[in-house]
Design a protein around this ligand. Structure first.
Ligand code: 5AD
Ligand code: SF4
Length: 460
């Protein structure tokens, strides 16, 4: 017979793969399991429950999960030999996509859950303990999980994530998200503001609003009308103690004028935007079902720069989408040249089972994909280095978030989301401090705290 769940503290180890939404979901899973006695631990050895919160967006995701499961199995066996039980759960998008197949391949897995059902984890744990595993819950419940999640309690630090929107109705032909995350859903303004206040009371100075299509946000406001992301940002900016707001990921199609205007009007909204285009070729964009052209995108960039001249831009690119010609690829390179990114992510196209592009006859050779990716990444890296160099000599606020390698060495984030290393930053952890940038490295900056008594902008 198992001891009652709440009798003693149990250890919960969560491994998070992939995107920021998964990081957010992992903290919420910890919140859901806290009332039944689970508290986070940093390693699987000795844990009472291990959750792999997985990602399915690109290749090798499943294999990585199975090989991690193989590594966790001996810990479960060790625990069993000591007379106790370790539950293993696979959640997130691989859980959603693979379902019961996971338990077939790895029968020592007790629970498989999707991305929309983790608020029911306590029930799943109870039935796995009662029945010895085999629990699969992949439902997209009618009642959204957000309605039943407990208040956020897990520590999130100075910079916290807050999911405001989830799912996607865009159906880009390469992407699994509309299938693994489900239809687009926006949380209500009230719910978001109260979660934001809890996070700020818990010490957060910066909030990143999350959603697979965050700028499609249209949540219910107190006036019974749907609010846009721009309205939501303005309301959040009124919270005392909250100094920085960011949002990600956006779709060009939903980059409306009111949102662009907030970039100029609201100082708490940071001058950085991740706005994926995927390709610079209109032919590819059409094949990808992106619902915008390269010209639409460039027009949005012009408007953003008019509203906030120092805005730093980021994007996602896919090379080697089925049918991509040399000309199409050149159009991507030309678009990158004309925008000038502060940083960006680029990927080789990966066939995702069940998505329309996966069955396309004109798949591109791996070596062509690799060559294109190398060229694109070379250009993006040069742009990032140039952007970083251009900040040398400037002074801006840095939010210190983690310790560096040496004593007194802290690492924080610039308004433009660059990592900034500072050596003389003793006692400034968690604070927003004016830093003068002295050196640019390829992926980060080095700087010095501005030495006067007014430099601490926000005491933690
Ligand atoms: N192949 C390669 N990259 C992909 N992405 C999404 N699906 C695929 C795929 N099948 C990339 C897109 C998206 C980012 C999150 O991942 O660039 O914006
Ligand atoms: Fe996927 Fe983004 Fe396209 Fe939605 S908009 S289908 S999340 S790439």
């Amino acid at each position: 017979m198992n001891a009652p769940l709440s009798a003693s503290k149990k250890k919960l180890y969560i491994k998070t793969y992939g995107c920021q939404m998964n990081v957010y979901d992992s903290t919420r899973m910890a919140d859901v399991l806290a009332p039944i006695g689970y508290e986070p631990t940093s390693e699987p050895n000795g844990a009472d429950m291990v959750i792999l919160n997985t990602c399915h967006i690109r290749e090798k995701a499943e294999e990585k999960v199975y090989s991690d499961l193989g590594r966790i199995r001996p810990h479960k066996e060790k625990k069993a030999s000591e007379g106790s039980k370790m539950l293993i759960a696979v959640g997130g998008c691989v859980g959603q996509a693979e379902g019961a197949e996971i338990i077939k391949r790895a029968p020592y897995v007790d629970i498989v859950l999707g991305s929309q059902s983790y608020h029911r984890l306590p029930d799943m744990v109870a039935s796995a303990l009662r029945d010895g595993g085999g629990v699969v819950d992949l439902e997209f419940p009618e009642e959204p999980k957000f309605d039943t999640l407990p208040e956020a309690t897990a520590p999130t630090g100075k910079s916290a994530f807050l999911a405001v929107q989830e799912g996607c109705d865009k159906f880009c032909t390469f992407c699994v998200v509309p299938y693994t995350r489900g239809a687009e859903y926006s949380r209500s303004v009230d719910e978001i503001i109260s979660e934001a206040k809890i996070l700020v009371r818990g010490g957060a100075v910066e909030l990143t609003l999350l959603g697979q299509n965050v700028n499609a946000y249209h949540g219910l406001g107190a006036d019974a009308k749907d609010w846009s992301l721009a309205q939501l940002i303005k309301a959040l900016a009124k919270i005392d103690g909250l100094e920085r707001i960011r949002y990600t990921t956006s779709h060009p199609r939903d980059m409306r004028d009111d949102l662009i205007a907030v970039h100029g009007d609201e100082p708490k909204l940071m001058p950085y935007l991740h706005l994926p285009i995927q390709s610079g070729s209109n032919h590819m964009l059409k094949q990808m079902n992106r619902k915008h052209t390269a010209e639409d995108y460039l027009e949005i960039i012009d408007k953003l720069r008019a509203a906030r001249p120092d805005i730093a831009l980021s994007s996602d690119f896919i090379v080697g989408f089925p049918g991509e010609s040399d000309e199409d690829f050149k159009a991507t390179m030309a678009l990158v040249e004309s925008v000038g990114y502060a940083q960006a992510y680029s990927f080789k196209y990966s066939q995702r089972p069940g998505t329309p592009a996966a069955d396309h006859a004109a798949q591109i050779d791996e070596d062509v994909k690799s060559k294109r990716l190398q060229l694109l990444q070379g250009l993006l890296n040069r742009q990032q280095a140039a952007f970083n160099r251009a900040t040398v000599g400037k002074t801006f606020p840095v939010l210190f978030e983690r310790e560096g390698k040496y004593a007194g060495h802290l690492i924080g984030k610039s308004p433009y989301l660059q990592s900034v290393h500072v050596r003389n930053a003793k006692n400034l952890m968690g604070q927003l401090v004016e830093v003068n940038i002295t050196e640019a490295l390829d992926n980060s900056l080095a700087g010095e705290v501005v030495l006067d008594n007014t430099n601490i902008l926000k005491r933690a």
